[in-house]
Design a protein around this ligand. Structure first.
Ligand SMILES: Nc1ncnc2c1ncn2[C@@H]1O[C@H](COP(=O)(O)OP(=O)(O)OP(=O)(O)O)[C@@H](O)[C@H]1O
Length: 239
């Protein structure tokens, strides 16, 4: 089964001097349960591709399928619902809610995802325990270390049980010890069946994935595992 599929995906950004062709026909498939590292030189289009899979940006051309849903060509309402239920997104700089407790950083997206407060709190506490933050529930993110902040961001991304975890340089802002910790966590999640697509510049971090895909100049140049047609059974309703 295919968790992620891109076929002929193109994305051009308007810029002052000349348009930037960030994606020039990307074909990529990621099977359910895979842990894929996406590598390539700065500016080759890795984040753009991840953002398109996340429903944060839209392809100009091509098919984008996530969790058997057709993501390309959808409107913002659809995409907001899609992001809440089908993907978990982790960024280099965490993007946490700084003014609320670690617990509420997870409870709030769980409530947005449809859980009642009590069930959301139970789920949040379970996740914080699983990720080694069980004794930090009442603290605000500011007092946590970088590695702990990233683990909190991962807990938040997982709270609505997304089909795919999408991570853009999740170890990029951490020291090497923090990076190893996050990679170990991803390997554990992968062992439990979580599908993961992770952008990284670090060969050491990428080596922990089950497959490495290389991009260059807006195209996949190595490691493409384009899976056979997920398009055929793709539906168009999230939720
Ligand atoms: N919103 C935008 N507006 C204009 N240009 C953009 C935008 N987003 C990305 N680009 C350009 O598209 C190209 C691909 O960017 P992208 O961030 O996807 O690359 P990347 O491989 O993730 O790079 P890095 O490893 O440095 O993060 C770059 O030339 C970038 O400047």
């Amino acid at each position: 089964m295919t968790a992620l599929k891109a076929r002929g995906v193109r994305r051009t950004f308007e810029a002052d001097l000349a348009p930037v062709r960030a994606l020039r026909g990307v074909d990529l498939g990621v099977a359910k349960g895979e842990f894929v590292a996406l590598m390539g030189p700065s500016g080759c289009g890795k984040s753009t591709l991840l953002n398109i899979f996340a429903g944060l940006d839209q392809a100009d051309e091509g098919d984008v399928i996530v969790d058997d849903l057709r993501v390309d060509g959808q409107d913002e309402n659809w995409l907001a619902k899609f992001r809440r239920h089908h993907v978990g997104i982790v960024f280099q700089f965490f993007n946490l809610l700084e003014g609320v407790s670690t617990l509420d950083n997870i409870v709030l997206p769980a409530i947005l995802g449809g859980l009642r407060r009590k069930a959301a709190e139970t789920r949040a506490r379970d996740l914080l325990d699983l990720l080694g933050l069980g004794d930090r529930t009442d603290q605000v993110p500011a007092v946590l270390s970088g590695g702990q902040r990233q683990r909190l961001a991962i807990a938040r991304a997982l709270v609505n049980e997304p089909a795919v975890l999408l991570a853009d340089e999740p170890t990029g802002a951490l020291d090497s010890e923090g990076g190893v910790e996050i990679l170990e966590l991803f390997r554990r999640l992968h062992g439990d069946g979580q599908t993961i697509l992770m952008v990284t510049h670090s060969a050491d971090v990428a080596a922990g994935a089950s497959r490495i895909v290389q991009m260059r100049d807006g195209r996949i140049v190595d490691g493409d595992g384009t899976a056979p047609s997920a398009t055929a059974d793709a539906q168009s309703r999230p939720g």
